[in-house]
Design a protein around this ligand. Structure first.
Ligand SMILES: Nc1ncnc2c1ncn2[C@@H]1O[C@H](COP(=O)(O)OP(=O)(O)O)[C@@H](O)[C@H]1O
Ligand SMILES: [Mg+2]
Length: 260
């Protein structure tokens, strides 16, 4: 099977070499857990493997993506200048590759235009984040995810998208991506001994005998993400402080009572 490197060596090992070509993979998890940096690794690895790279960014500007990548030694800026990669900016924009709305159909149009511009051949599409396209209508998550997967299917693109989870409840803003995705990589965070830790686990990867264990994420200056482990993970790592959980449950019950 033809697999694409994620750009993170140990993650490739967890996936029998990488992501199967043509797959639609979702990175899910809370903010600050390393999803965007993982997207940049996947994009940069595409540049190195001479894939056509298209990167849609909705929560950070193009400038922010390019400078973050350069902090980790990935010259995405150079790749854009050399016409090997295109960044579609849905936040600030300013050039022909900006998006003026968060309409999924406009985004698809722009991506296909970018693919034509980059030329024939294997490509990688990164959408960070996909959940931005349904923030105001979470019920559309599944429908949009399916539409996006289907539309790009015949374009020789392997797709990595991110989906944000709320910090308080660890609930997704609209379920849907998870059902449609060929693969799910789950990012988590916890505070242990007063220190923030981030973890990653492959929860699903079709056609792959993937690693089932949890790994610690290290974000290393000039290098980016490195994984350590596997690690063991206790219930206390995941749990919110008691008072917080209680408040969330109470407000949920209240909301349900108020809903006719
Ligand atoms: N240059 C850097 N060196 C070390 N860690 C960094 C650097 N830049 C960012 N980080 C860490 O990465 C985190 C952001 O990761 P990111 O992939 O953007 O998260 P997510 O997309 O999941 O919200 C920051 O909160 C910070 O902890
Ligand atoms: Mg992000």
């Amino acid at each position: 099977m033809n697999r694409l490197s994620t750009g993170i060596r140990k993650l490739d090992d967890m996936l029998e070499g990488g992501i199967p070509s043509g797959f639609f993979v979702a990175l899910t998890g809370e903010p600050g857990t390393g999803k965007s940096i993982t997207c940049q690794h996947f994009a940069w690895s595409g540049v190195l493997e001479e894939d056509k790279v298209i990167y849609v960014t909705t929560e950070e500007s193009k400038e922010s993506v390019l400078s973050q990548a350069s902090q980790f030694g990935m010259d995405l800026r150079g790749a854009v200048e050399e016409g090997k990669a295109i960044v579609i900016d849905a936040l600030l924009g300013g050039d022909k590759w900006s998006l003026s709305s968060l309409d999924p159909e406009d985004m698809v149009e722009k991506v296909l235009e970018a693919k034509r511009e980059l030329g024939y051949g294997r490509g990688r599409l990164i959408i960070d984040s996909l959940s931005a396209f349904w923030l105001d209508k979470p019920a559309m998550a599944r429908k949009y995810s399916y539409y996006i997967k289907k539309v790009f299917h015949k374009w020789d693109l392997t797709i990595m998208v991110t989906s944000q989870y709320a910090i308080t409840t660890s609930e997704a803003f609209g379920f849907g991506v998870e059902h449609v995705a060929d693969g799910i990589i789950r990012f988590r965070r916890s505070v242990r001994g007063g220190v923030l830790r981030r973890y990653l686990m492959v929860e699903k990867m079709r056609q792959t005998n993937h690693d089932l264990r949890m790994y610690l994420i290290k974000i290393v200056p000039n290098k980016g993400i490195e994984l350590e482990g596997p690690v063991s993970f206790t219930r206390e790592d995941l749990a919110l402080p008691y008072g917080v959980t209680e408040r969330i449950i109470r407000s949920k019950i209240k909301k349900e009572r108020e809903t006719p």
